[in-house]
Ligand binder design. Structure first.
Ligand code: SAH
Ligand code: MG
Length: 212
């Protein structure tokens, strides 16, 4: 498919399925106003995350790498009112912006922000599980470790989802440590006997695996 045609289809599905409301637009504007990096998922990917959350009837979820709370809002909105999103974010400023985002979106009481390095936070988080869905979108070097943790802590039939599986194409010929880690991550998702995985070729690749 030509790039131009792909862009037209992106706009088409975005328009049909992934309309942002005021809160989601506000969160994106806050991300810009606070000079956070412009690396949130796109609206279509946000819709996909919410849809997957509803598909498995998730009640307890984890997000690793929250930034300004954009993807977390799509997920948390799709949880029931008594559901919980454990949102793990290393950078204090990002966590503060995300806190305001979740409150603005009216889902603040459903989200527990855990500020710290996921490598440390996850060690203690397991006891709150098993989880219905884990979304991985933090430092790429640690993706293989996060995958192993998720496979251990997601219930049977639950999902592990990960952003940036393609690394803008770099997984085909890994150059950096993060490229190699992402390639290892994808290979582990494909071969780990605990997981039943696939990469959805949307934008930068969304890896999704069902826990067997
Ligand atoms: N999921 C967000 C975007 C996340 S960007 C969205 O789509 O809206 C990646 C985030 O991961 C950044 O906020 C970064 O600070 C955070 N991060 C990077 N390394 C981390 C680590 N070791 N533990 C927790 N968070 C980390
Ligand atoms: Mg990402």
């Amino acid at each position: 498919m030509s790039d131009n045609l792909r862009e037209q289809f992106d706009a088409y599905i975005s328009d049909l399925f992934a309309r942002e409301d005021d809160a989601l637009r506000w969160i994106q504007a806050e991300t810009v106003r606070n000079a956070l990096p412009a690396i949130s998922v796109r609206a279509v990917e946000g819709h996909l995350l919410g849809w997957l959350t509803r598909l498995v009837g998730a009640r307890i979820a984890v997000e690793i790498g929250v930034l300004g709370g954009y993807s977390g809002t799509w997920i948390a909105r799709s949880l029931p009112e008594d559901g919980r999103l454990y949102a793990v974010e290393k950078v204090e400023k990002h966590a503060a912006v995300a806190r305001a985002a979740f409150d603005y979106a009216g889902i603040g009481d459903r989200v527990e922000l855990l500020q710290g390095d996921a490598m440390d936070v996850l060690k203690g988080l397991g006891e709150k599980g098993p989880f219905d869905l884990v979304f991985i979108d933090a430092d790429k070097e640690s993706y293989p470790v996060y995958l192993d943790w998720a496979a251990d802590n997601v219930r049977s039939g639950g999902l592990v989802v990960a952003h940036n599986a393609y690394q803008q194409g770099a997984v085909l010929e890994p150059q950096s440590e993060s490229n190699r880690a992402m390639d290892s991550f994808n290979r582990a998702m494909a071969s780990d006997p605990r997981l039943d995985g696939m990469i959805l070729p949307l934008y930068d690749g969304m890896a999704v695996a069902r826990r067997r």
